[in-house]
Design a protein around this ligand. Structure first.
Ligand SMILES: [Fe+2]
Length: 138
């Protein structure tokens, strides 16, 4: 499961709101993939994954603009982490036929990657720029 926790909150509303939405989309995806009462939900899941991808790309752009404005030393490595995440989603989307043969397991593998990545990225990597953003506000 993927759900919002207090420890994800930075006190920077623009970032917190976007992170909350990312966690929410991820949580909805888990719910849908685990819904065994549904039969043909693959198109719906792919649509949600596309939404997650689009939202993520936009969020990363905004986040990068914010931390680039405060001379964050970790900028390059941070952007690289973003790039790898987007690439993983793109690769998955580009070969959906391969997913069809073992849908649930493949989707759960992807979702576990997304959940682990999001949580670790927020609590560790994203937290690094928070003090700089606060300092820049003063
Ligand atoms: Fe980030």
């Amino acid at each position: 499961m993927l759900a919002w926790k207090r420890e994800f909150e930075f006190g920077i509303p623009v970032i917190d709101d976007q992170h909350r939405r990312l966690i929410e989309i991820g949580g909805n995806l888990f719910e849908l993939v685990n819904d065994d009462t549904r039969d043909d939900y693959f198109d719906e899941i792919v649509a949600m994954l596309r939404e997650l991808e689009a939202y993520t790309v936009n969020h990363f752009e905004e986040e990068e603009a914010l931390f680039d404005a405060v001379d964050y030393m970790g900028s390059m490595a941070h952007k690289f982490e973003h790039k790898i995440f987007v690439k993983k989603l793109e690769d998955f989307m580009s070969d959906l036929d391969a997913v069809d043969s073992n849908q649930k397991e493949t989707l759960l593998n992807l979702l576990n990657f997304i959940a682990d990545w999001l949580v670790l990225h927020i609590v560790k990597t994203d937290r690094e720029y928070v003090p700089l953003l606060f300092a820049a506000r003063k």
